[in-house]
Design a protein around this ligand. Structure first.
Ligand code: FE2
Length: 117
């Protein structure tokens, strides 16, 4: 991976949840779409990864999207590195949704089958 690629991925990590900044309520179901559209307007290279992150069963796939989703599953909302189970529990509690009904649960399973975890 080139230094430029590393910088691009670092920027992606910083910007991937920017959609929350433009929502009146923290709606995790739409923050990715809002953020992806904003970054698309800006010409950001990985706007699709932002648009589709955290969403299960979409046709768009890329290695960078897998990497973003994997990283997102290993860092909690406070920036701490956590286990997959801890992250799923955190998301489940914050969104008041059973773990096995989370898109993140499906994504984690997909990433496991791809050898990420
Ligand atoms: Fe997100």
């Amino acid at each position: 991976m080139s230094q430029e690629d590393i910088h691009d991925l670092f920027t992606l990590g910083l910007l991937h949840d920017i959609g929350y900044e433009f929502l009146e309520e923290k709606n995790y179901k739409t923050h990715n779409i809002v953020g992806g559209n904003i970054l698309k307007k800006q010409g950001f290279k990985y706007w699709k990864e932002v648009y589709y992150h955290g969403v299960a069963n979409y046709k768009y796939q890329s290695k960078v999207l897998d990497l973003l989703n994997w990283a997102d599953m290993r860092v909690d909302s406070s920036g701490n590195i956590v286990s997959l189970d801890e992250r799923l529990e955190d998301i489940s509690v914050r969104h008041n949704t059973p773990i096995n009904q989370l898109d993140s649960y499906i994504i984690a399973y997909e990433l496991k089958t791809k050898g990420f975890m």
